[in-house]
Design a binder for this molecule. Structure first.
Ligand SMILES: [Ca+2]
Ligand SMILES: [Ca+2]
Ligand SMILES: [Ca+2]
Length: 334
């Protein structure tokens, strides 16, 4: 469900409460690259229609607060699709409020309809620039990460380590990441720290840049850093408590496996605290038709909960957790 494009149930939120023109608030129904006015209120009004179609679940496009407009001149467009998040804790004001979402979920559940979030852990909005003014990908062989003391570090080998190295924005990265004062808007606030991002330039969609590169300028999170993992776990377990039924995980192949193995295990653990009998379903996007590239996402022929996998230590390792995150599977309580 592309909420912005379905039904406008509340014209008072069309500009998201943002002053100015379309390049400020992103609303312009005459331009398909901008917000059209659709919202959660409109979706809620149409639940009879959706139920009548025989639908048993709704997968919402990413619904958190976005950077309303990105790009310059003819390349300017709006975050109507939801993939340019600035605040991971609130519903985008163009779409409605957390309370309206809660009411939608409650009404959907009373009809036997589930509600899924489309979630992103790979990147945020494009709010970090490089001081060098260049954006081509620079690989680790050419320019390794340096810790704050100047020693080369392999962040893949250090992924999720409690000793993960501290970085210095001025010296640790091949580019010098800069977040202007007006771009200090990330929520949770910790995500304003530019050392929590990869800062190597735009992905070429090949080799290491698949996981380390920026997605066309979108700020690529250092998912190997346990601070990033902890932040994402806190964000998304909180949304689990809100009553969402599951996650469609965006850009799964652009995040390292160590992150998914830990993140999905945390969702399993968290779901174990939910009322008995409920399930939480996750499935991930791997946008590729190459069987060789897809195969690591499908490493086990039959899905096995990682906590009971006989071939791997419990929860934190093994292909099953990555399989669940990258391809699909149910996270059950217990
Ligand atoms: Ca509206
Ligand atoms: Ca990435
Ligand atoms: Ca950027």
């Amino acid at each position: 469900m592309l909420t912005d494009r379905f039904a406008n149930g509340d014209t008072s939120n069309d500009t998201g409460g943002i002053e100015g023109d379309r390049l400020d608030h992103g609303f312009d129904p005459a331009d398909k690259g901008f917000y059209q006015g659709g919202d959660i209120a409109g979706l809620h009004e149409k639940l009879d229609y959706i139920e009548g179609l025989g639908m048993t679940s709704i997968w919402l496009t990413p619904s958190f607060t976005n950077n309303p407009v990105q790009g310059e001149g003819e390349d300017a467009s709006a975050g109507y699709h939801g993939y340019w998040i600035t605040d991971f804790t609130t519903i985008d004001p163009h779409l409605g409020t957390n309370e309206e979402l809660k009411a939608l979920i409650d009404d959907a559940h009373s009809r036997g309809i589930k509600v899924y979030f489309d979630i992103i852990t790979n990147h945020t909005a494009d709010l970090i620039d490089y001081e060098e003014g260049e954006y081509g990908y620079i690989d680790q062989a050419t320019s390794p990460y340096l810790d704050a003391a100047g020693n080369p570090v392999d962040v893949t080998a250090q992924a999720q380590s409690p000793d993960f190295p501290a970085m210095d924005p001025a010296t640790s990265f091949p580019y010098t990441p800069v977040r202007s004062a007006e771009n200090q808007v990330m929520v949770p606030e910790v995500l304003n720290d530019v050392t929590m991002y990869h800062n190597r330039g735009n992905s070429t969609w090949e080799g290491e840049s698949v996981t380390f590169g920026d997605f066309d300028g979108l700020d690529d999170l250092m998912t190997e850093d346990p601070r990033v993992l902890a932040t994402m776990e806190d964000i998304y377990t909180t949304w689990m408590d809100f009553g969402i039924d599951g996650f469609r995980i965006d850009t799964a192949k652009h995040v390292d496996f160590a992150f998914w193995q830990a993140f999905t295990a945390t969702l399993v653990d968290h779901q174990a605290t939910a009322p008995a009998g409920e399930q939480f379903f996750t499935f991930g996007e791997v946008y590729d038709a190459d069987a060789q590239l897809l195969s690591p996402m499908c490493a086990t022929p039959t899905w096995t909960p990682c906590s009971t996998s006989p071939t791997s230590p419990p929860r934190r390792t093994g292909p099953a957790a990555a399989h669940r995150a990258g391809h699909g599977g149910a996270v059950r309580s217990g």
